[in-house]
Design a protein around this ligand. Structure first.
Ligand code: F6P
Length: 320
């Protein structure tokens, strides 16, 4: 019997529980014992663990968050921390660790794998969708739907008051969520960190729309573009319109995962267990051109995923 570990060390994302559930049930069917380490890397430093049986993961597929909890854990980033974590894996006879998270989680996993010599398998789960090696991450679809639903509501009051709204969405330093959401809500302007912005151009779009009788606008801004409060003030100053800022914040991180997020979680889990059973080194699983695939973990953490220029072009065409 193989003993494997599972951990969710970074920011949570809707669908993580579906991934945990699928890993446990599929690995169990392959005669594995599964230990879940709690509170992220902290759980490896304190041996906070629980034996995960198929029954232990019942009734969670529809729940947001992570049943294992997570913590930002600075001590793990020290030499002693990595050593302690490696020793915990060894003392629990862990032959492989399945790490569910984003880029930061895989960086930690790579260090831990090097130190311990234990196989690391990554399952990409973050609302930011910024992991190189997969077209989509678990939780992205759910977060996008959450933001789209919220902005559709904001548009009602924007129209009623003939106001301009700057709506800040998450995405850390990248614009994947903002671009996807902006297209989904028919935003008049979409701002992403990869392109920055020119206040004069934004004002020109808004003033042109105003001359066409369009007195309201939704500006979807990725949090990575900078101070959206200042941006809202600048727009008000240059247009004379009433401008409001709405920061969607952590609502985008929670909620029941969408069907797509649950399916992606289950497919990624199956691939991760396959890789683990074949002891195929340190990989992350992913979705590439509609197919479930995998790439070496060190290739993923060493590269930056690019934004699809066709999506940017589409957004420009739609916001005329
Ligand atoms: O990485 C997911 C994410 O929600 C980002 O979009 C956001 O910038 C960040 O986490 C917030 O981190 P924390 O939960 O530590 O405040």
């Amino acid at each position: 019997m193989k003993t494997i570990g599972i951990i969710t060390p970074g920011g949570d994302a809707p669908g993580m529980n579906a991934a945990i559930r699928a890993v446990v049930r599929i690995a169990h069917s392959r005669n594995c014992k599964i230990l879940g380490f709690e509170k992220g890397w902290y759980g490896l430093l304190t041996e906070s663990k629980k034996h995960l049986t198929p029954r232990a993961v019942g009734g969670i597929v529809q729940s947001g968050g992570t049943m294992l909890h997570t913590l930002r854990c600075l001590p793990f980033k020290t030499k002693e921390g990595i050593e302690k974590a490696a020793n915990t894996l060894k003392s629990n006879n862990i032959e492989a660790l399945i790490v569910i998270g984003g880029d930061g989680s895989f960086r930690g996993a790579t260090e831990l794998g090097t130190k311990s010599g234990i196989q690391m398998i990554g399952i990409p789960a973050t609302i930011d969708n910024d992991v190189f090696g997969t077209d989509e991450t678990i939780g992205f679809d759910t977060a996008a739907n959450t933001a789209i639903g919220a902005i559709d509501k904001i548009r009602d009051t924007a129209i009623s008051h003939e106001r301009i709204f700057v709506v800040e969405v998450m995405g850390r330093k990248r614009g994947f969520l903002a671009l996807h959401v902006g297209i989904g809500v028919g935003a008049e302007v979409i701002l992403i960190p990869e392109q920055g912005y020119d206040i004069k151009k934004i004002v020109q779009v808004l003033n042109t729309n105003s001359k066409k009788g369009k007195q309201t606008a939704i500006i979807v801004a990725a949090e990575g573009v900078g101070d959206t409060g200042e941006l809202a003030k600048e727009i008000a100053k240059h247009t004379g319109s009433e401008v409001r800022l709405s920061i969607l914040g952590y609502a985008q991180r929670g909620g029941s995962p969408s069907g797509r997020s649950r399916l992606l979680a289950s497919l990624f889990a199956e691939k991760a267990v396959d890789l683990m059973c074949n002891a195929q080194g340190n990989y992350i699983v992913g979705l590439t051109n509609g197919k479930i695939a995998s790439i070496p973990m060190n290739q993923s953490i060493g590269a930056q995923k690019s934004i699809d220029p066709n999506m940017i072009q589409l957004a420009k065409q739609l916001s005329i």
